[in-house]
Design a protein around this ligand. Structure first.
Ligand SMILES: [Zn+2]
Length: 448
């Protein structure tokens, strides 16, 4: 209780203050707007969209391509070109707003293709508020204990230590999804019990490993007082939903987002996924970039409404999802979508039963970007045996050696020094049907 209060009353407001935009004020606003009518929400979204386009009018990349500094109707907006990941990758600097305030630099290597972008204070506060609003639907409030099974930075220990400190101040136990050995999980049980988390959050694949281990150790998790298990970053399979719900004795909700926009769609207690339409405009487009009808899978294209320092306008995320019509029984008019065709979660298994979320590869990619190793354009890891990995990579550099060495070091840090890693240069990395570059393919025989 004291920890909850310290985090809610002291640390979170202080962090908001330092960030320059109050997360709690944004949360109060989002809790008001969620009861608005669809028309009110749509009008508000359009007003914010116009502000975004005004900010984009100062961005060299958009200016040079003749984007209008304002739009009069939704149709005008929908006539703007779709922004590709490759454009953001190749024109990072010219996509930044020279007068856009102090957006902090932020990098991500989401989906195998490294992309850099920045998030400003307004974006961060609103995104965080969007997360807490949806958790509030399940009775979880800011500052309450959170158990997160998530990736951790690879590379210099400093970053991981800093993140752990921040997690501690946020009343959050950050469990690395890259270290889920039976011994590691057993050492967590007393910490989890002390934390008594109200929210369990993370990759479904990682949570599944944790829950199965607890089950085989005869450790109960359903008496901790968990109110919500929120899964994100990967497809949440039905069997995982059942497994996690039973293990924690709590409802399981799916959360959808990506590095560029954070989490922006959340399932409510009725199992419908609502878009935080006060923060983003989400479109679902067919092959010719025309909107698909409700109930039909389309490519997810997103515009961020509160990131004037680097506005991404009609950005193709690389996932498929389905726009859903109708009104949710929960009464909120936030638009509905379904992501059953989204990302596939997978675990990497190595000798001794060690398991890692494939998000590991994303973290390795991020560490390469952070260290300035931009020579690898994309990579894909193929596992052929428990300890054998082939890294297929695309490069345009004459000397990718240092980047490859850094990549190998990052992989070994998590997979272990004993694994065999072979690098193989390729022309291109085949995409998944949804258009995404996957990071990982397992080619091991099932019984290996
Ligand atoms: Zn609902």
């Amino acid at each position: 209780m004291l920890r909850t209060l310290l985090t809610r009353r002291l640390y979170m407001p202080l962090a908001s203050f330092l960030q320059g935009e109050s997360m709690f004020a944004c949360l109060a606003e989002l809790e008001r707007t969620q009861s608005w009518s669809s028309e009110e929400l749509r009008a508000r979204q359009f007003a914010d969209l116009r502000d975004t386009l005004r900010a984009a009018g100062r961005v060299p990349y958009y200016r040079d391509r003749g984007y209008p500094a304002d739009v009069g109707t939704w149709e005008d907006f929908l006539a703007l070109p779709v922004l590709e990941k490759s454009e953001v990758r190749d024109h990072f600097q010219s996509l930044r707003n020279p007068g856009g305030g102090e957006s902090l630099g932020h990098t991500s290597g989401s989906t195998g293709e490294p992309v850099r972008f920045t998030h400003g204070p307004a974006f961060r506060s609103r995104h965080e508020a969007g997360q807490w609003r949806s958790r509030g639907w399940f009775g979880v409030r800011p500052g309450e204990g959170v158990l997160a099974v998530w990736g951790r930075p690879v590379g210099p220990a400093r970053e991981w230590n800093l993140l752990r400190l921040k997690s501690f101040l946020n009343h959050l136990l950050h469990v690395s999804a890259f270290d889920l050995s039976p011994a590691f999980i057993r050492a967590l049980y007393p910490q989890i019990r002390r934390l008594r988390p109200r929210l369990v959050y993370g990759y479904p694949s990682g949570l599944e490993v944790l829950v199965r281990q607890a089950e085989s150790d005869g450790v109960r998790l359903d008496d901790l007082g968990v109110r919500l298990v929120a899964c994100t970053a990967e497809v949440l399979y039905g069997f995982q939903r059942d497994l996690l719900g039973t293990a924690f004795g709590a409802p399981v909700a799916d959360v959808y987002g990506c590095g560029e926009f954070g989490a922006f769609a959340h399932q409510c207690p009725h199992g419908r996924m609502h878009v935080a339409c006060e923060n983003v405009v989400v479109e679902f487009l067919d092959e010719s970039d025309r909107p698909v009808p409700a109930g039909t899978p389309g490519q997810v294209v997103v515009t961020s409404l509160h990131n004037p320092g680097m506005p991404l306008i009609r950005y193709r995320v690389g996932d498929m999802a389905v726009p859903v019509e109708g009104v949710c029984p929960c009464g909120r008019n936030l638009p509905l979508m379904d992501v059953r065709t989204g990302k596939t979660g997978q675990m990497v298994r190595t000798a001794g039963g060690r398991m890692f979320s494939t998000e590991l590869f994303d973290y390795v990619n991020k560490s390469l970007l952070t260290a300035g190793h931009r020579q690898i354009r994309a990579f894909h890891v193929v596992q052929t045996a428990l300890e054998d990995f082939t890294v297929r990579y695309v490069t345009e550099a004459e000397e990718p050696g240092p980047a490859l060495a850094a990549c190998e070091k990052g992989l070994r840090e998590v997979l272990g020094a004993q694994v065999r890693i072979v690098f193989e240069e390729v022309e291109e990395i085949p995409r998944h049907p949804g258009g995404k570059l996957g990071y990982f393919t397992c080619q091991m025989p099932p019984q290996a």
